[in-house]
Design a protein. Structure first.
Length: 202
């Protein structure tokens, strides 16, 4: 089919099909010159508006038959439906895993409790605690007494012993270990899910 150019200052309607007689891809209007025929993407541009029954599409997988000007059943519907469902499942898994990791990280770097006292758990707080825990272990090994004033998450100042700092370290380790265990278990369930319903139940 020869290419046909139409020059006009008016908005020119057009629609694009997949190949000369493939499914309808898009409709629109352009103020520039319109060219009817194959475009650079390998699709087919037609000047004008699609027939009214374009809006009578029954299934999302139906294809537009430009020869009969009607929607017809896609012979590859089963494969395309399966492909779409697989892609949706992959995208949902990626999103679910991101939320799962975010929840794990919020515990790893979040506040924690020891003997009814709430401690900050961010990176800087853990670094400061690490220095004091190391000093406490050295003091215990050397037989020295060790106490230190420490500011809690609510800005309350308490006095802690070497044994307290050892207990604080263990409390944080147990909290983080539990978070990672839950993360691993749920991630395994996400990886093995075969339907969106299974995924939503996690």
């Amino acid at each position: 089919m020869a290419l046909k150019s139409l020059e006009s200052n008016a908005m020119i309607p057009y629609y694009v099909t997949e190949g000369e007689f493939g499914k309808l891809i898009s409709v629109g209007r352009s103020s520039s010159a319109a060219t009817e025929g194959p475009n650079l993407d390998g699709n087919y541009v037609r000047v004008g508006i699609p027939p009214a029954n374009y809006y009578d599409k029954v299934s999302e997988f139906d294809v537009w038959d430009s020869s009969s000007l009607s929607w017809v059943k896609n012979p590859n519907e089963e494969q395309e439906r399966a492909l779409k469902q697989a892609q949706e499942l992959i995208e949902a898994k990626v999103s679910k895993q991101a939320l799962l990791k975010q929840a794990r990280d919020s515990v790893e770097y979040g506040p924690f409790t020891y003997n009814g006292m709430v401690f900050d758990g961010d990176v800087d707080a853990q670094r400061r605690l690490g220095v004091l825990v190391s000093a406490a272990k050295t003091a215990i090994a050397s037989g020295y007494s060790f106490t230190k004033d420490f500011t809690l998450a609510d800005n309350t100042v308490v006095q802690l012993t070497a044994e307290d700092f050892i207990g604080i370290e263990m409390a944080k380790l147990l909290q983080v270990d539990a978070a990672f265990q839950e993360y691993r278990e749920k991630k395994a369930r996400i990886d093995s899910a075969t339907t969106l319903e299974e995924l939503e139940a996690i």
